[in-house]
Structure formats: C-alpha cells, structure tokens
Design a binder for this molecule. Structure first.
Ligand SMILES: Nc1ncnc2c1ncn2[C@@H]1O[C@H](COP(=O)(O)OP(=O)(O)OP(=O)(O)O)[C@@H](O)[C@H]1O
Length: 381
C-alpha cells in the first residue's frame, strides 16, 4: 500500500488529500505528528519566484506539453528542487477535462498520496495564482532516459540499461499495487528521469488516474497518452486497465534494447514495435540490440528481454504479464548480466591491453559494489 498522508492544505479545497483524516482537524494534527516527514509543503509564489531566479533562463531545465520546468534553490541551498510551471489552465482543462482537474492538480492529488524512491516525489506546490499553478518536485539532475539513450555520446551499457528498466518496472509496480491502484498512462523514456545517483525514477503524473477501473472517475476519463507508447486497445475509457501501462512499458523496453525511438521516421517501419515483432517471430534476436553497444556477453539475455517486451505489447491485454511478473523477469536478467561468470567472460574477451584490463577490473569492482549496494537496498526495503 502506498503512503497516505495529510497536507493540511486549506487553500487546495478542490483536492482531497487525505482519506485518513476525513476532514477532522484534530485527527489531522495527530496524523501529522505520526508522519512528520511526509508533509507536502505549501509555497508562496514569491518564494518560488525567488528560488528560480525569477524563472530565469539559467534555471530553465526543460519544456513539456503541460509547462516549463525550472531548477529551484530553496531554503538557502538546503533544498534543491524542480519547479513545474503550468503553461495555461485552459489548455490543461481541455486535456484532462473529465473532472475539471488540470494536470497540475492531478499530479498534486496523486503524488500527495503515494511516495517511493522509484518515483519523482512531490515536495510541495503553490496555488496562489490559479492560472499559474506551481509544482515542486525532487530535482533529477542527470536528465532523462530519453536523453541518455538517444542523445548521449556515451550510450549506457547492458548492465545500466537493465538496471534502468528494472527500476522503472518497480516504479510502475508500486503504482499498480497501491490501493486504489494508480495507472500512469504516460510511461515513456522522457518521463523516466535520473536522480543524482543515476537511479531511474518515474515522473510526470499529469495524466495519471487513481482508482479502480469501474470507478466513475476512470469511466469518465477520455483516453490519453503519447503516440508510439499508447496501447491501441485503450480506445475508450472503459478499456483502461493497468495493462495499458504494461503495453507502454513494453515499448520502453524495446527502446532500451534497441536504442531506437518509439517512433522514428528515419526508419521503415517507423514504429519500434512494428520493426521488432517480426524479427522476434523469426528468432532473429541479434538484429535487435543497439549497434552502438553490441550484444550482451550472455546472448540469452537479449532473447529474454525481447520476449518479455513482446509479451508486454500483446494485442490481447489479458495475455500481458502483470507488472510484478515483469519486475521478476528483469531482476533475473539483471542478475545474469552481472553474474561473476558474465563479467569474467567480458574481461577475457576484451583483455587486449594491460590498460584496458585495469579499466575492466575497475568496472568489475564497481559492478560488485553496485550489486552489493542493491542487495542492501532490497534488504532495507
Ligand atoms: N524533476 C525534474 N528534475 C529535472 N528535470 C526535470 C524534472 N522534471 C522534468 N524535467 C525536465 O523538464 C522537461 C519537461 O518535462 P515535462 O515532464 O514537463 O515534459 P516531458 O515529459 O518532457 O513532455 P510531455 O509534457 O510532452 O510529456 C524535460 O526535459 C525533463 O527532463
């Protein structure tokens, strides 16, 4: 079950933040005392304006379809955050018109009820100016998975790619297993951001919906998502399910394996899924990997990843695996790619010069340390 907590936000009347307090002020206080670390902070517009240098170009981090994102230095540098400024409420309302919630309202509502180290968590918000709602979220200083896969001069290797896929799958699993479940509806590489430790975190909850599939709210929410990642079976509100996220995750996995965009007009077929599925059916797995990094040392890894991605994009939603099963498969793939024998094979195959051997030994040490760290984190969870 996800965290549920109270934000004590009187001005955010339209938003139901806490179903434990149920509006009882005394309960609210006790609840706050029990979970002090979970408070969502309410900022003033002036505070965030000053934290972003007046939303200056030097603080600018990027622009999406719902707004602009700025780096913010809060509390004299004690808190580094990202501030999302919505572009225009009128546009927002059209895109998410079922409940008159803008993506900003939606993101506040959902993220204030769920928290995980696999998500870009909400730190606070500012609703001083209704036409300029501001969201304060954790800063992800290493850009997005989209940048890393498609624009970086040093594309990530297999171990890192599988780690990103595993961390993202855990994020989606956290959403699906919360009560009521959250369906993200916009899983894509540009919404997977990298934190300061290069861990993948799922962000952008502007389109997410929280509830059971037969809830009125979901029944009244028109289909939305991003072309190339959108489940073709999700063509009407009643066809939304957690399996729509599984479909988008499958596309993301193909993107991670091949280094190709979900849709790339430079190729024919332009859709990564239309290009990949015939190759998988023919058992031609060697054409699938990103040519910039070559195949993994254990060739069965690519077959397993490709088959997993193909199962995620099955046209029959029922046949797609649940996210928990996807996490299990990726965990196995990650273990296999980081097994001592796989690393040793890697060293043997590439040990050409002593300097290279040193470099590989350093990599081996890092891999062992990173695996040990992951085991510790798993145990602590
Ligand atoms: N928490 C964050 N920390 C650092 N950069 C961020 C953060 N959130 C978003 N960004 C950056 O800001 C830009 C815009 O993000 P945003 O989520 O608004 O849109 P998007 O996901 O790129 O596109 P769309 O809105 O079309 O889905 C992106 O380049 C993203 O990498």
């Amino acid at each position: 079950m996800g965290y549920r907590f109270c934000c004590n936000a009187e001005s955010a009347a339209a938003i139901t933040f806490c179903d434990l307090c149920n509006g009882d002020r005394n309960k609210k206080k006790k609840h706050h005392q029990r979970r002090p670390g979970n408070n969502i902070r309410k900022f003033s517009y002036a505070e965030l304006e000053s934290a972003t240098g007046g939303f200056s170009s030097s603080s600018f981090l990027g622009k999406g379809s719902h707004g602009t994102v700025y780096r913010a230095i809060i509390d004299g540098g004690n808190l580094m955050a990202a501030v999302k400024k919505t572009i225009n409420v009128a546009i927002d309302s059209i895109q998410n018109d079922n409940i008159n919630n803008s993506p900003a309202d939606n993101e506040i509502e959902i993220l204030s009820k769920i928290r995980s180290h696999h998500l870009v968590n909400l730190l606070g918000y500012c609703l001083d100016l209704p036409e300029k709602k501001l969201l304060v979220v954790e800063l992800m200083p290493n850009g997005s998975l989209d940048d890393l896969l498609h624009s970086s001069p040093r594309p990530p290797g297999w171990s890192q790619r599988i780690r990103f896929a595993l961390q993202t799958s855990k994020a989606v699993e956290t959403l699906h297993s919360s009560n009521p479940p959250v369906i993200h509806r916009d899983i894509k590489s540009s919404n997977v951001l990298l934190d300061r430790n290069w861990n993948a975190r799922l962000g952008d909850f502007g389109l997410a919906v929280r509830g059971h599939v037969d809830d009125v709210r979901i029944r009244c929410t028109p289909p939305a998502g991003t072309l190339g990642y959108l489940d073709p079976g999700y063509d009407a509100p009643e066809n939304l399910s957690t399996k729509s996220d599984v479909f988008s995750f499958g596309i993301l996995l193909f993107e991670i394996i091949s280094g190709r965009n979900a849709i790339d007009m430079n190729y024919c077929p332009s859709s990564v899924v239309d290009w990949t599925l015939p190759l998988i059916r023919k058992g031609n797995f060697t054409s699938l990997y990103d040519p910039r990094i070559g195949p993994p040392d254990d060739p069965s890894v690519i077959r397993e990843l490709a088959v997993l991605a193909a199962r995620c994009v099955a046209s029959d939603a029922e046949k797609r695996p649940a996210m928990a099963a996807v996490v299990g498969s990726l965990r196995l793939a990650w273990k296999r790619v980081n097994s001592i024998s796989s690393i040793w094979n890697h060293i043997k195959r590439r040990m050409v010069k002593p300097s290279l051997a040193m470099c590989l030994m350093r990599r081996l040490t890092l891999m062992v340390l990173s695996r040990a760290l992951d085991i510790v984190v798993e145990i602590l969870r």
